[in-house]
Design a protein around this ligand. Structure first.
Ligand code: TXA
Ligand code: MG
Length: 342
């Protein structure tokens, strides 16, 4: 570990000792632990308040480490790893026998990705070097308390889990801003997107020549809060601010705002295309989001946190366009809104 910055050296030491280290990735900040150490992994669940049957993503230093963790790597999965790693794509593959059930929620599959953030990659490389030739991976869910909005800055992590994590590596604000696309290769046939993200179905199809299946939209929001879904992101109340959040189409936004305001409700608005009415400042906090999906995603969680902190009665969000490129953002907003009705 010679020549390595002190904080990285310290992070590797902590990981080897079974402690928690929060790390930046290009998507959101992760709460990391040694994926090969079940006791360390148990600390993640305790810190987040996350049920033990919800599997974690294992972060690797490079695609070359895949075969240490995955028992089977279909050619299409390999092609996607080559095309998108380091980057915001998680592959669900059959696990090697040795991979602890603590990481996989007891399933015979493991979620793997190489994150596209220089600090995460430096940490993963240093951790792998310290562990070699044994497999080295960092299990890391988003570094928020269970069911809450994912953190996209080191300050968010401190707010969420500051007292529970030994070290927070600060890599600046996350570039992507929403969690990775999760693609399941563990079942026969065409792979299935379990969670939409910045890597779209079309981008995947472009590489593997076939459009992945999408989870059934109609059943998505109906997963019971106490069920143990294969993807906790599928819980109706995931990614939720404390303030009730309501989605409304662009045409009704201003009328709905006026209605709420005349009923004496304090409203916080997140709009991307609707123009702020001239008098809106009198009864609402208005936030303009970027009008394209990448910029919107990048700021989404920080915006939700900021709006949540205003102490309004309701957060009114202008529904994004019903287009494939907005799919991942719309998914997160739907889940944030589900809390209000659950
Ligand atoms: O972008 C991301 O993916 C971030 C950063 C930190 O890498 N991580 C993240 O982790 O979002 P988490 O735990 O908040 O969400 C991971 C999702 C969960 O919904 C989990 O159920 C799913 O991945 N997952 C992990 N392993 C799985 C498996 N073997 N089968 C099915 N789903 C799995
Ligand atoms: Mg999460």
């Amino acid at each position: 570990m010679d020549g390595m910055p002190d904080r990285l050296r310290q992070a590797v030491k902590l990981l080897l000792a079974g402690e928690l280290v929060a790390l930046p990735t290009e998507t959101v900040y992760g709460l990391g632990a040694d994926a090969a150490n079940p006791e360390a992994v148990a600390r993640i669940y305790a810190a987040k308040g996350r049920p033990a049957d919800h599997p974690l993503i294992v972060h690797l230093a490079a695609a070359g480490h895949l075969a240490q963790w995955a028992a089977e790597v279909p050619p299409a999965a390999r092609d996607l790893a080559d095309a998108f790693w380091p980057g915001p794509l998680t592959l669900i593959l059959k696990k090697q026998d040795w991979v602890p059930p603590a990481v996989t929620g007891g399933q015979d599959t493991v979620g793997l990705r190489v994150p596209g953030h220089p600090l995460a990659l430096a940490l993963l490389a240093a951790f792998a070097a310290a562990r070699a030739p044994a497999p080295a991976g960092i299990a890391a869910p988003s570094a928020n308390r269970f069911g809450r909005v994912s953190p996209t800055t080191a300050v968010h992590v401190r707010e969420e889990l500051g007292d529970k994590v030994s070290l927070i590596l600060d890599g600046g604000p996350c570039e992507v801003g929403i969690e990775s696309t999760i693609l399941d290769f563990s079942r026969a046939g065409v792979p299935e997107i379990l969670r939409p993200g910045a890597i779209t179905a079309d981008a995947i199809a472009h590489v593997i020549g076939v459009l992945p299946r999408l989870r059934d939209e109609r059943t998505k929001g109906e997963v019971a809060a106490d069920a143990a879904p294969r993807v906790p992101g599928a819980l109706a109340t995931h990614y939720a601010p404390r303030t009730p959040l309501r989605l409304t189409d662009s045409a009704s936004l201003v009328t709905e705002l006026a209605c709420l305001a005349s009923a004496g409700r304090r409203v916080a608005v997140l709009a991307y295309s609707a123009a702020m009415p001239r008098d809106a400042g009198l009864f609402a906090d208005w936030r303009a989001a970027p009008p394209e999906p990448m910029g919107y995603a990048c700021q989404l969680y920080a915006s939700l946190r900021a709006l949540d902190a205003l102490g309004a009665d309701i957060i009114l969000v202008e529904s994004p366009p019903d287009l494939p490129i907005w799919h991942a953002v719309a998914d997160r907003l739907r889940r944030a809104a589900a809390k209000a009705s659950s």
